[in-house]
Design a binder for this molecule. Structure first.
Ligand SMILES: [Mg+2]
Length: 473
């Protein structure tokens, strides 16, 4: 194990809820709960103000409403969160090529591998600068832990919350862990925790005292040995970068379903380009192009096409993704699109267009709602989450118009705002932006022609220098 605290763990503070508070000035300092508002919805994230009432993530939404009836209840805006996540992960990749994301807002970074830090002083310097940069670029705060291994870096960032930095000095790990609950160790869930407690072990120190043989007797060889090592703060797990994964993919969840086929095609092209950028960034190429489509009803399917050789050519990936899309019915709307490349290699073949033409298509049908947490979160359509009415879309087909609580709207006269609530044929909108003061509330008919869905505004005004990325905006 290394002797310097050069493994960094970053965890953004109450990420979704903080992004909502930064977007909506009237919610700053208030209890904010983000999650699925339908009958089976659960809390994704809640603000620190909501935690005071006992609300926590993964709690059923109905229970949260009983505990904090006056909180603001919002449907997640994954498109916005993903944009912020990409900014944060970009800052982490400036520190090291070894960045291991655990979720949209959490990652390990090996500072030593990036030659960013080699001892306590340089690690602290890098961590302080990272926290400043995150705040400047995203407007949000993240907590950072530094330690000589992953397990302790994660414990440190938990101790640092909110908006803090904690370094665990190598050599002090065992003393720090000893009084903590066994549940703090990776791999100890409620069942293992109960099992250990029945064996007379409830703290990490008691695992160390019990000894290796007793742990093996209680939990079996593999789990027992692993847990005993963790209790002695022996954690040799390396930080595993994205390039070591078996596929490279990008996907976007849209805050408002896309109905327009032309727009769907454009989005797929944009995703293909982003995917290739990421592929090239990792010095990889791949043989199989994968398109993922989640439709308005949460049915999710993937289509794939395998080339004769690996490619990192944007034109080839774009063409393949476009071909795959042609076989997918998107009438009714699309809420998520993704493009990925698998079958990775670290070289490319020269005759890219020939292989594209010779491509053999493969098809597989994905299970509906494969990413359960996202499916649950948005899944409350028409069940109190938003009012629904039917309007004619540009193509002459009826399209559902759903006013999701918390989502962005624009009114011809009053400008940008967000849906505060809806029902009984009315929608209430608060007109405010990240840079404004708390805004005023107005109520409209749900079919008001002057009111339309809008894209989220950035939390921090981008610097005026440099042209905007094509297709973004
Ligand atoms: Mg977090």
């Amino acid at each position: 194990m290394r002797t310097a605290p050069t493994i960094l763990h970053l965890d953004m503070d109450a990420f979704f809820a903080s992004a909502e508070q930064a977007s909506k000035p009237s919610l700053r300092g208030k209890a904010v709960i983000v999650g699925g508002l339908g009958p089976r919805g659960v809390v994704s994230t809640c603000s620190y103000e909501a935690r005071v009432f006992g609300v926590h993530s993964a709690m059923p939404m109905a229970q949260a409403r009983r505990l904090a009836p006056n909180a603001a209840y919002l449907v997640p805006r994954f498109g916005l969160y993903r944009q912020i996540s990409e900014q944060v992960m970009g800052l982490l990749r400036e520190l090291s090529p070894l960045v291991e994301p655990l979720s949209l807002d959490e990652a390990f970074v090996d500072l030593e591998a990036g030659e960013t830090a080699w001892d306590e002083a340089s690690a602290l310097l890098a961590a302080r600068k990272l926290r400043d940069d995150i705040r400047a670029v995203t407007g949000l705060t993240g907590s950072v832990g530094l330690a000589a291994c992953k397990m302790l870096a994660k414990i440190a960032s938990e101790q640092a919350k909110p908006d803090g930095l904690v370094l665990i000095e190598p050599g002090t790990e065992r003393a720090l862990l000893a009084p903590m609950s066994v549940r703090i160790l990776p791999g100890v869930g409620p069942a293992t925790g109960d099992h250990l407690r029945r064996g007379g072990i409830s703290t990490v120190g008691e695992i160390a005292e019990a000894g290796e043989d007793e742990l093996v007797r209680l939990l079996g060889k593999a789990h027992g040995l692993a847990l005993y090592a963790m209790a002695l703060a022996r954690d040799e797990r390396p930080v595993v970068a994205e390039r070591d994964t078996k596929s490279v993919s990008v996907e976007d969840t849209y805050d408002v379903d896309i109905h327009d086929r032309v727009r769907v095609r454009m989005e797929v092209q944009r995703l293909a380009d982003r995917c290739v950028q990421r592929l090239r960034g990792a010095h990889l190429s791949g043989r199989t192009i994968v398109l993922k489509v989640r439709r308005y009803d949460f049915s999710t399917l993937t289509r794939s096409e395998t080339l004769r050789g690996p490619t990192d050519d944007p034109a080839v990936v774009r063409e393949a993704a476009a071909r795959l899309l042609e076989a997918v019915d998107t009438t009714g709307g699309v809420r998520l699109l993704g493009v990925g490349v698998t079958g990775l290699a670290d070289y490319t073949q020269e005759d890219l267009f020939a292989q594209a033409r010779a491509a053999a298509a493969g098809v597989e049908e994905g299970a509906s709602g494969e990413r359960v947490e996202e499916a649950q979160v948005g899944g409350g359509a028409g069940a109190g989450a938003g009012a629904v009415d039917v309007v004619e879309s540009a193509g002459g087909e009826p399209a559902e118009r759903v006013w999701w609580a918390g989502h962005d709207v624009r009114h011809v006269e009053f400008g940008h705002g967000w849906v505060q609530g809806s029902g009984l044929g009315r929608v209430t909108v608060r007109f405010e932006t990240p840079g404004s003061g708390p805004g005023r509330v107005k109520t409209f008919r749900v079919d008001d022609p002057l009111l339309e869905s809008a894209e989220p505004l950035p939390l921090v005004e981008p610097l005026p220098a440099g042209p905007a990325a094509p297709g973004e905006g």
